[in-house]
Design a binder for this molecule. Structure first.
Ligand SMILES: [Zn+2]
Length: 220
């Protein structure tokens, strides 16, 4: 049975899917914002958040279980416009072609940053959410690199997460990511921002325990 939760905000995507911001409780003061399925071909976050919501009603966390439902429906990294949401944020370096995995000016790659910064409904939804609810920290769930990446003042949180899930902490993913969410929220707005790259070879059921322990830690 599903626990009660409130839908705080919604947006309709190009393909007619709904993005939801939800909170499992009646708390009005929120702690962390946790986001699943930034990339449509990394579906683990949605499952892990939904499992958490089934059992945890008393938490002040905010969740976007699936930021990119169109990409998930299409089985692709990008959204329905072929834009990598993690290159579409209005950062100082948006749209700069900085080499491998950062070819965000090329719409034929999986890293296309969009026609303009924040051109996408999904990007705008997340920006509005942050402005409206001012989360103390942010966790995004990705795969497959098995690493705790962080941007902004999040080293301490990253180390706690690393201890729980036993992945190494890295301040940078190792290649340039112009227009990334971590740059937008973490570096340019100084909100502690964690990009947790889950192990895609691990059955998602086995990720429930460590990931839910991380969620519990973040609501303190
Ligand atoms: Zn990803």
């Amino acid at each position: 049975m599903k626990s009660k939760y409130k839908v705080l905000k919604t947006a309709l995507t190009k393909l007619g899917n709904t993005i939801e911001l939800i909170s499992p409780s009646l708390f009005t003061l929120h702690s962390s914002l946790i986001i699943g399925v930034f990339h449509g071909d990394e579906p683990q976050g949605k499952f892990l958040i939904e499992e958490y919501l089934k059992k945890s009603a008393a938490t002040n966390l905010l969740f976007i279980p699936c930021l990119n439902p169109d990409g998930m429906q299409l089985g692709q990294r990008t959204n329905a416009n072929g834009v990598d949401l993690n290159r579409n944020f209005p950062t100082k370096n948006w749209g700069k072609n900085l080499g491998d995995n950062a070819t965000c000016d090329d719409e034929n790659t999986d890293y296309y940053g969009g026609k303009t910064a924040a051109s996408e409904i999904e990007t705008q939804f997340l920006i509005d959410t942050i402005n409206e609810f001012k989360p103390k920290s942010i966790l995004t769930l990705h795969s497959p690199y098995k690493v705790v990446n962080y941007d902004g003042p999040a080293k301490e949180i990253a180390e706690k997460i690393s201890k729980i899930i036993n992945y190494p902490v890295e301040a940078s993913i190792g290649y340039p990511t112009p227009g990334s969410f971590g740059t937008y929220a973490g570096i340019e707005r100084q909100i502690p921002t964690i990009t947790l790259e889950l192990d895609e070879t691990c059955p998602v059921e086995d990720l429930i325990k460590p990931v839910h322990e991380i969620f519990d830690m973040l609501c303190k």
